[in-house]
Design a protein around this ligand. Structure first.
Ligand code: FMN
Length: 183
């Protein structure tokens, strides 16, 4: 099963990168599959390390998908990387195998530390809708602006019905971004 997370990596100069990534959690291992044009890919190759953060803060998915934000974070214990302050739990990961033979690379990692920062509050349709909307925003080139905006109308209804202020703002942020991509 794929879990949607925020993956933190650092480059050779120690600059942090935060990116939403769907990862596969296995027995003591984590599989991270970044596209080769992503900073996450470059950093994983350069440092062999990442922190996989599990969070219910949907805003971080919206912002991380379409910009290069710096979220509040603190240094990881066992790997070169940063733990997201708003993570519910996190996994410090060390690469054991890198397969970069296709457009989407496979980084098999060993989990060297697991940490828990706060309770996971629970599932919510608005947060789920924002994660869907964030993925769509990263695919404007393939799906097209109008198709995405049509899907956003449905997702916005869910966010308005079941979300709070923060979710409504995150949805609006994504919508504004997609509208700016109109040719
Ligand atoms: C929920 C979610 C899951 C994603 N999963 C992946 C993934 O597994 N691999 C990937 O390359 N991009 C994935 N993306 C898209 C990246 O987050 C996006 O392209 C980002 O800009 C890449 O970031 P980077 O260049 O900072 O590494 C996902 C986006 C979202 C919203």
């Amino acid at each position: 099963m794929i879990i949607e997370t925020i993956v933190t990596t650092v480059n050779q100069r120690g600059e942090a990168n935060f990116a939403p990534m769907g990862v596969t959690l296995g027995d003591g291992e984590m599989l991270i599959r970044p596209y080769m044009d992503s900073a996450t890919y470059r950093n994983l190759l350069a440092t062999g390390a990442a922190v996989v953060n599990v969070t219910d803060n949907a805003r971080l998915f919206a912002e991380g998908a379409i910009s290069s934000p710096q979220f509040p974070a603190f240094p990881a214990d066992m790997v070169r990387g940063l733990v997201l302050k708003d993570a519910c739990s996190y996994y410090e990961c060390s690469v054991i195998e890198a397969d970069a033979a296709s457009e989407r690379a496979n980084f098999r990692c060993r989990i060297v530390k697991k940490g828990i920062l706060r309770e996971f509050i629970g599932f919510n349709r608005a947060k789920n809708a924002i994660i869907e909307a964030a993925i769509l925003a990263t695919r404007v080139r393939f799906i097209g602006v109008e198709n995405i905006l049509q899907e956003y109308r449905r997702l916005s209804e869910i966010v308005k019905k079941t979300g709070g202020e923060e979710e409504i703002r995150a949805m609006q942020y994504l919508q504004d971004y997609v509208e700016r991509q109109r040719p």
